[in-house]
Design a protein around this ligand. Structure first.
Ligand SMILES: Cc1cc2nc3c(=O)[nH]c(=O)nc-3n(C[C@H](O)[C@H](O)[C@H](O)COP(=O)(O)OP(=O)(O)OC[C@H]3O[C@@H](n4cnc5c(N)ncnc54)[C@H](O)[C@@H]3O)c2cc1C
Length: 393
C-alpha cells in the first residue's frame, strides 16, 4: 500500500526548505518534502543572495523586512551552528524620476525602526563611500544594515530542523508525474512508486511547468538566464564598493567575502531552455567584457579587478516580476510558491511563513498576499515594480 501524507512539499530550494521548516515549527504532522537533487542544489545554489529591503511593492517590502530580521536571527530560529548573514550595506542609485519613490521607500523602512537614508551622490561620497562616478545618479537610497546570505547553509539548516522535528525528507528522488482526479491532486509518482497526499505545495522554481505539464497545466512563467561574474579585488584599492543596485546603468554588485566582488545584471535575458545551473571554468569573455564595461564605468578603481569565474542560473519570471502565491485557480489542493522572478532568496523566510499558514489554516495570518494569487494574470491586474527593472520589485 502506498504511503499517504497530509502535506507534500515539492522542491527543496530556499523556498521549499523554508516552507518545510515553518511547517515543522508550527507542529504540522505527516509532512513529506521531496527533491530530485540535493536540497538547495537547484537555482538556490547559484544565487547572489543579496538581502535588501528596497522594494516598491509595500507587501513585498514588509515581507523583505520580516525576512531580513529572520536571516539576522537565523541561528536563534533554527539552532543552526553557523550565521548565514553578512552585512555589507546596500546602496540603490537612481535617476531623477525615481527619487520620490526612493524617498517613500526609505521613509517607510525608517518608520519600522530600521536605518535607511536618502542621500544625493555628493553627500553619499562624503558620508559613506567615495570611489564612484556620479554619472546619471540623482539619489542614493542607503541601507547600512543590508547584506547577503549563505544559501547552502540556510537550506541545510532548514532541512536539519525539519528532519529533527518529524518531517520526512526525500532527496535525489525525482517526481515524474502528478496524479490528478477531477479538480484534485491525489498523489505523486516517483521512480520508487506512488505517494499519496492531501495538500501539495509547488516550490519547484523554474522546473514547475515541466511537472505541471503532466496534468496539462501551465503557469505564466518565462525563464531568464543570469550570468554572475566573480572578481578578485585589486589589493591596492581604497575601499571596495558596498552592495550596489544601479538603476541607472542596470547592474548590481556586492562584496563576496574579503577578497572578491560579484557583479550581475538587472536586465532580463529570456531563454526557452534551461539546463543544469553551472559554472564556467573559463569565463566567457563577451559576457565579462560587457559587464566590466558598465561596472568599471561606475567604479573606475575596479578596472584592476581580475575576473576569476562566472556562474549562471535561471530566474522563473512572471509577467509582472512578482511571485505567484496561494491556491491554484483550478486544482483545489495545490498551493503555488513560484515565479520568484530573480529576487526570491531573501524572501524565503516570509514565503515559508505565508505558505505554511495557507496549508495549515487556509490563509496567511501575517501578510495579506491576495494580490499575488494566480488569478491576477487572468484579469489583467499587473503588480509591476515602479522602476524599469522588474527584478527590483
Ligand atoms: C544567478 C542568480 C542570482 C540571484 N540573485 C539573487 C539575489 O541576489 N537575491 C535574491 O533574493 N534572489 C536572487 N536570486 C533568485 C533566488 O536565488 C531564487 O528566487 C531562489 O533561490 C529560488 O529558490 P526556489 O526554491 O524557488 O527554486 P530552486 O532553488 O530552483 O528549487 C527548486 C527545486 O525543485 C527541485 N525539482 C525540480 N523538479 C523536480 C521534480 N520533478 N521532482 C522533485 N524535485 C524537483 C529542484 O531539484 C530544486 O532543488 C538569484 C537567482 C539566480 C539564478
Amino acid at each position: 500500500m502506498s504511503k499517504r501524507y497530509d502535506i507534500i512539499v515539492l522542491g527543496l530550494g530556499s523556498t521549499g526548505s523554508s516552507i518545510t521548516y515553518f511547517l515543522a515549527r508550527k507542529n504540522a504532522s505527516n509532512v513529506l518534502a521531496i527533491d530530485a537533487r540535493c536540497s538547495g542544489c537547484g537555482q538556490t545554489s547559484r544565487s547572489s543572495a543579496l538581502i535588501r529591503l528596497h522594494y516598491t511593492n509595500p507587501v513585498i517590502r514588509s515581507m523583505a523586512i520580516y525576512s531580513w530580521r529572520f536571516w539576522r536571527e537565523f541561528q536563534d530560529h533554527t539552532g543552526c551552528e553557523y550565521s548565514v548573514f553578512t552585512k555589507t550595506g546596500i546602496a540603490f542609485v537612481g535617476p531623477e524620476d525615481y527619487v520620490d519613490t526612493m524617498n517613500e521607500i526609505v521613509h517607510d523602512i525608517r518608520s519600522k525602526g530600521i536605518e535607511a537614508y536618502l542621500y544625493d551622490p555628493t553627500e553619499f561620497k562624503k558620508e559613506v563611500y567615495k570611489n564612484f562616478n556620479e554619472d546619471g545618479i540623482a539619489g542614493v537610497a542607503w541601507e547600512p544594515e543590508s547584506g547577503y546570505g549563505d544559501p547552502n547553509t540556510s537550506v541545510r539548516c532548514f532541512i536539519e530542523y525539519a528532519r529533527k522535528n518529524g518531517v520526512d525528507v526525500l532527496e535525489y528522488t525525482s517526481v515524474k508525474k502528478l496524479l490528478r482526479e477531477d479538480s484534485k491532486l491525489i498523489g505523486i509518482e516517483t521512480e520508487d512508486g506512488v505517494i499519496k497526499g492531501e495538500i501539495f505545495i509547488n516550490a519547484l522554481g523554474v522546473w514547475c511547468n515541466d511537472l505541471l505539464a503532466t496534468i496539462d497545466k501551465q503557469l505564466p512563467i518565462k525563464y531568464a538566464r543570469e550570468d554572475v561574474i566573480y572578481l578578485e579585488n585589486p589589493g591596492d584599492i581604497d575601499g571596495i564598493p558596498p552592495g550596489w543596485g544601479d538603476l541607472v546603468y542596470g547592474f548590481y554588485s556586492r562584496p563576496d567575502g574579503a577578497t572578491k566582488t560579484l557583479v550581475g545584471t538587472l536586465e532580463a535575458e529570456y531563454v526557452d531552455n534551461y539546463d543544469e545551473p553551472g559554472e564556467y571554468t573559463t569565463p566567457p569573455m563577451d559576457v565579462v567584457n560587457k559587464r566590466m564595461e558598465i561596472f568599471t564605468r561606475r567604479f573606475p578603481d575596479m578596472i584592476k579587478a581580475r575576473p576569476s569565474s562566472v556562474i549562471y542560473g535561471y530566474y522563473d519570471v512572471t509577467p509582472d516580476w512578482q511571485p505567484i502565491i496561494g491556491y491554484d485557480n483550478e486544482i483545489e489542493n495545490l498551493i503555488h510558491m513560484v515565479g520568484l522572478s530573480g529576487h526570491g532568496f531573501k524572501l524565503a523566510p516570509a514565503y515559508g511563513e505565508v505558505i505554511s499558514d495557507i496549508a495549515l489554516y487556509g490563509k496567511s495570518k501575517m501578510f495579506n498576499v491576495d494580490e499575488f494569487k494566480i488569478d491576477r494574470f487572468y484579469v489583467g491586474v499587473s503588480k509591476h515594480s515602479k522602476y524599469k527593472y522588474g527584478i527590483i520589485g
